[in-house]
Design a protein. Structure first.
Length: 323
């Protein structure tokens, strides 16, 4: 008997896989990676190595962007399309059943842990929409749910599964200690689409029809300012971010650098005229060592090159522009 474990690499997915492995079922791990789950692939590989099981990794960033734009079942507290995302993952996972000669799926879901996607009615909806009714085994909370096909058919022993519910992780941590699982990531991580600041920046992209991978990559970097309907400025905060801004620049972007004083690099993307570039230069000066000076020259390099000598922007100007 073989099962496919949806492996995030976190504690819950590790425990779920381990509980089924300990029943003698062969397990193949499947991890869906994206821009929104930093470190997830590394954690999934660590888990697969820990249990000596094979791992398949698939990037679903493009599919997730489409779901963020128009989720059938709506967003959560951020811009997280959790229900649509889970349906998408299980539909993709279903493609592996026949090639891997697997019979069912394992997930680390816990009833009541996530308010949007981990309710009884929602779990049933997700399975139905994915075409996998009864074939998803949730070992950590199975005793709080109706028996799945793997339990009814005797592929796994239901009495060796658990009935954990709720958001606390105390029982999972006790179980990990009992099973000798000590090398697992903190449960504090997760999908960035649920993080308030990140979600606000994503909403800005959505509101200006700019939700593409190149723009999403910039969300993790610097301070963000919306200078016009199609004009975005990203200002580095530390030297590392200056380097990242240089890596992410693309054709059509402008790079701004204050001359003669240390400070950030800024990236201007979109429809920038000379007035907006001057404003971008003033904001760049504001966040560098030249903020106490009356004027600072700023080199602007891009589709055209300029050198503006400008005063630093004032804080009251910046507040309406922050993203």
């Amino acid at each position: 008997m073989k099962a496919i474990a949806l492996m995030s690499g976190g504690l819950d997915s590790r425990l779920a896989a381990k509980l089924v492995l300990d029943q003698g079922v062969e397990v193949h791990a499947l991890h869906f990676t994206s821009l929104f789950a930093p470190g997830g692939e590394r954690q999934a590989r660590s888990a697969a190595e820990q249990f000596r099981i094979p791992l398949t990794v698939e990037n679903v960033t493009d599919e997730l962007l489409a779901l963020v734009r128009t989720p059938r079942y709506g967003h959560g507290s951020g811009v997280n399309p959790c229900i649509d995302c889970r349906i998408m993952e299980l539909r993709r996972a279903r493609r592996h059943l026949e090639p891997l000669a697997a019979s069912f799926f394992i997930t680390g879901e816990v009833l009541g842990q996530r308010p949007m996607s981990q309710r009884k009615d929602t779990m049933k909806l997700i399975e139905r929409q994915a075409g996998l009714e009864g074939l998803v085994l949730r070992p950590l909370c199975a005793l709080a749910l109706e028996p799945s096909i793997p339990e009814l058919e005797g592929w796994v022993d239901r009495q060796k599964l658990l009935g954990i519910t709720g958001r606390r992780r105390v029982e999972q941590m006790r179980l990990a200690a009992a099973l000798g699982i000590t090398d697992y990531p903190s449960p504090a991580g997760g999908c960035r689409l649920t993080e308030p600041n990140y979600a606000a920046r994503m909403r800005d992209l959505l509101g200006h029809d700019e939700l593409i991978v190149d723009n999403v990559l910039l969300l993790e970097v610097g301070r963000h300012f919306r200078l016009g309907p199609s004009a975005k400025l990203v200002v580095g905060r530390i030297e590392e971010e200056n380097g990242r801004i240089q890596e992410l620049i693309r054709d059509g972007d402008y790079l701004l650098d204050a001359l003669g004083v240390s400070g950030p690099l800024s990236l201007a993307r979109g429809a920038f005229d000379e007035d907006l570039l001057r404003l971008a230069a003033r904001i760049t000066v504001r966040y560098g060592k030249g903020r106490s000076l009356s004027e600072v020259p700023v080199q602007v390099t891009g589709p055209a090159s300029f050198t503006f000598t400008v005063p630093p922007a004032q804080d009251e100007e910046l507040e309406p522009l922050r993203v």
